[in-house]
Ligand binder design. Sequence first.
Ligand SMILES: C[S@@+](CC[C@H](N)C(=O)[O-])C[C@H]1O[C@@H](n2cnc3c(N)ncnc32)[C@H](O)[C@@H]1O
Length: 278
Amino acid sequence: MGKRTYDPRTYWDARLAKRWDLSGVGHACYSVGYNRWLYRAQGWALARALRRVRAPVSRMSVLDVGSGTGHWLKWYSRRDAGPLTALELSPAAAGRIRERFPEVTVVEGDIAELTLPANRFELVNMLGVIYHIVEPPAFERALESAARAIAPGGWLVLSDRLGSEEVRPARHVRFRPLACYEDRLPSLGLRIQLVQPIYTLLNGGLADAACSAPAVARNLVHGAEEAMAALLFALDRTPGLGHWANMRLLVAKKVGNSAEHSQAVEGPGVRTARCASV
Ligand SMILES: C[S@@+](CC[C@H](N)C(=O)[O-])C[C@H]1O[C@@H](n2cnc3c(N)ncnc32)[C@H](O)[C@@H]1O
């Protein structure tokens, strides 16, 4: 593989075989401790979002796409959701999930390539995944595949930057703007119900800049960030600050019948111009 190419299966399999922990699935340059705070913030946002849209997690059938270490499988299991299915691209991670979660059905494969059973899951969870599907055709197919698998009245949960423009900080990351999802989801029968900030002060600024600094400076900054993470976590909850969030959570609901579906299609967009095409 050339240095600048990104083959998702090779990349994730190598990364997760080496580090099957929160810095393997989270931000690779941050410590496990700092990533733990990022996951705490995501969990807090997820619980709040599902409460706000009145999605009762208990006894819901959940498909967790890109399960990684199974963090979200554990999260849903603790809230009594089930049955749970994991879809994972990396053979190494899929094998570890099978061992660690014997009660979970594990499917090894690519969401953009598989044909998932139609109307099968009450909730499809894609936290930390969709922005790693960088190629536009694969992104389109992944959304179609997820939408198809959701039962009418069911939910799609995903995280992305969802700002005003696309950002490409690395070859394996393509953060898409909210407008891209506003364009694509209605034509798949999915209505956006809520967009919620995940973090603003956490996961950004100095911590991010330090990733390209020499090891000593990086360790100093990350040590300081980890020590302050509880404070940043609390400050991120300040009303109004979410406007500048660097990561957000989106919840969409699959409409129940064909009349509702055509209404959803007539919504903001059958346009696709606001998702990158190259
Ligand atoms: C950043 S990690 C996030 C893991 C987990 N969702 C979490 O939040 O802890 C991305 C995960 O998605 C998986 N993945 C990436 N592209 C995928 C695809 N096209 N289909 C299925 N899984 C994929 C990777 O193997 C990896 O486990």
